[in-house]
Design a protein around this ligand. Structure first.
Ligand code: SER
Length: 582
């Protein structure tokens, strides 16, 4: 029996009711494009609403996370995954939750207790240290040395900024043949987290305060793909039983071995699987240029490009063969796959044909851009690839990266906006959502970038200007004109100044004005003649004025702590700083 069935059966035997997976596209929650955790569809019940199935629930939930799309292709990331979870809605609490997890792992999965370790919440000013959970673990036979207390970053769980939340206890498994260390070190990567039990007692309100929930709930989550790989002793998830047949199929179609072609095969397997599940969802998402449809389009088109890299004949029915295998593999658990099989296959095919029509020409156009340009793909070029050849911007970004080119993404976004204003389709917010590039952390980095730009002018030279910028969830990267390496002292001063501005809690305001007016007030801007007549200027107190598409935080205090992690040459006369917020 596989892990999914074992899990569900175990919790049913403990009086839990099985609830079917909610759709991937949230039904009553416009704040996210996709469900990203098992608890998400249950939020109203965690907040106190009565659940029709009672107070003990178990399921596997379809989840999609697209925030680290760039990581797909490595051994462990997936855009679609299933989360196994069990919940108590005001029913049992820490004691039973921990006892169930322990029994499931040691009795059902037969994991030796020595291979398990746990972390519990060390507490903060509002919530006491969780000795209660630690003592239950001890009673069950987890040794004292295999229990650690960690802070909010590790052992406090909330989906996003607000909502139900609480301290948690995480369970780790020793994935190695090495001798099991006496002392558990969560930083030692032979220990991998397999299960998270959240003790949800609070609601975090929009103003940052906590209120106690009417019920004390338990929310647990176990990433299915990850745990299967761990239990099967695979360090490459794509070689586990979850993926092996899909990878074998791609290998058969392309006539190439997995070894040496891992990245493209993983991307194809992952992206087609996610596309199949999105298309099967009753929300009826189709490839499009906004929101979920845009994510779907990106996934399909990226899979196609990687199929080309493997020399798969794009005009053959390769995508249908892979999709069919996925449908057959999962339809026992998800009826909608079979019910919507025709839609899935025909939409995949249609999108393939649409993209295929222009792909060759687009790639030619891209090579032209390559040979004519100076290490930079302009916003115009990127927009042409998008508009005429249907290249999602992320595809151009990926191609640029492969060729060591820089892409002027800000200019692309401007072009895109102009185009949208002209054709009045959709709002920029939707585009942003679709791009999945304006998450909260990226927004913070946008504002931090403006502060860094301003600090460089104060500390180094008032004639410094932005020559490039790139933001990911992990860091900001900022290129600027300067012909010498900044000293450690200068870097420290810059860092201190930015942190001072953050501490000063300065409001960030946005003003719409004419381009000329913006220039008159001295707003900073990279390519003034490329902007539309009406522009947005972001103003941070007396410190910074910049033309920008945003988005930005409302006040600098939201940024936390700014830290420069690297200063290096980017190209002749251009330096580059990488910095993080922590
Ligand atoms: N919500 C928690 C998580 O996603 C436990 O399910 O890890």
């Amino acid at each position: 029996m596989n892990l999914k069935d074992l899990y569900i059966n175990y919790f049913i035997s403990k009086d839990h009711k099985f609830i079917p997976s909610a759709p991937i596209v949230p039904e009553n929650d416009a704040s996210v494009l996709f469900n990203t955790a098992g608890m998400q569809p249950l939020i109203p019940y965690l907040l106190g609403k009565k659940h029709p199935y009672g107070t003990r629930l178990v399921n596997y939930q379809k989840c999609v996370r697209t925030n680290d799309l760039d990581s797909i292709g490595d051994k462990t990331h997936h855009t679609f995954f299933e989360m196994l979870g069990n919940w108590s809605l005001g029913d049992y609490f820490k004691k039973e939750s921990i006892a169930y997890s322990f029994e499931f792992l040691t009795k059902v999965l037969k994991i030796p207790v020595q291979k398990l370790a746990v972390s519990v919440f060390k507490g903060n000013k509002d919530i006491p240290r969780d000795e209660v959970s630690a003592n239950y673990w001890l009673d069950l036979g987890i040794s004292k040395d295999h229990i650690v207390y960690l802070g909010e970053d590790d052992n406090f769980w909330i989906a996003g900024e607000n909502g139900p939340c609480g301290g948690d206890t995480e369970i780790f498994y020793f994935r190695s043949e090495d001798e099991i260390p006496k002392k558990f070190d969560p930083k030692d990567d032979r220990w991998v987290e397999i299960w998270n039990n959240v003790f949800m007692e609070y609601n975090k309100n929009k103003d940052g305060t906590f209120t106690e929930l009417p019920n004390k709930n338990v929310d647990t989550g176990m990433g299915y793909e990850r745990v299967v790989a761990i239990l099967e002793g695979k360090d490459d998830n794509y070689t586990s039983s979850v993926w092996k047949d899909i990878i074998d199929k791609i290998s058969e179609i392309s006539n190439l071995p997995y070894e040496g072609n891992e990245k493209s095969m993983r991307i194809i397997a992952d992206h087609i699987r996610t596309s199949v599940f999105i298309l099967a969802d009753n929300a009826g998402i189709k490839p499009a240029n906004t929101d979920q449809g845009y994510i779907l389009r990106r996934l399909i088109r990226r899979a196609i490009r990687h199929a080309k890299i493997l020399n798969i004949d794009i005009n053959s029915n390769w995508e249908e063969l892979i999709a069919n295998l996925i449908i057959n593999k999962y339809d026992k658990y998800y009826n909608e796959l079979n019910e919507n099989k025709n839609i899935i296959l025909s939409e995949l095919k249609k999108e393939k044909e649409r993209f295929n029509k222009t792909l060759e020409k687009g790639l030619k156009e891209f090579s032209k851009v390559l040979s004519s340009s100076n290490k930079i793909i302009t916003g115009q070029d990127a927009f042409k690839l998008y508009d005429t050849y249907g290249f999602p911007i992320e595809l151009t970004e990926e191609l640029a990266k492969e060729k060591g080119m820089r892409l002027d993404i800000q200019m692309f976004e401007l072009k895109f906006k102009e185009h949208q204003e002209k054709s009045r389709i959709g709002a920029i917010g939707k585009f942003k959502g679709g791009m999945a590039s304006s998450g909260e952390i990226e927004t913070k980095y946008h504002t931090a970038t403006h502060l860094l730009n301003a600090a460089l002018k104060v500390v180094v030279n008032k004639d410094i200007h932005q020559k490039g910028s790139n933001i990911t969830e992990e860091r900001l990267r900022f290129d600027f004109n300067c012909d010498y390496k900044l000293s450690n002292e200068e870097l420290q001063k810059i860092e201190d100044l930015v942190n001072k501005w953050i501490k000063d809690e300065i409001d960030v305001i946005i003003k719409e004005m004419n381009k000329d007016e913006a220039l008159k007030i001295g707003a900073e801007c990279m390519f003034i003649d490329k902007y539309p007549d009406l522009v947005n200027v972001y103003i941070i107190g007396e410190i910074s004025k910049e033309l920008c598409g945003g988005p930005h935080v409302k006040n600098t205090k939201e940024l936390g702590h700014f830290k420069i992690i690297k200063e290096e040459a980017s190209s002749s006369g251009i330096r580059r700083i990488k910095a993080i917020l922590d």
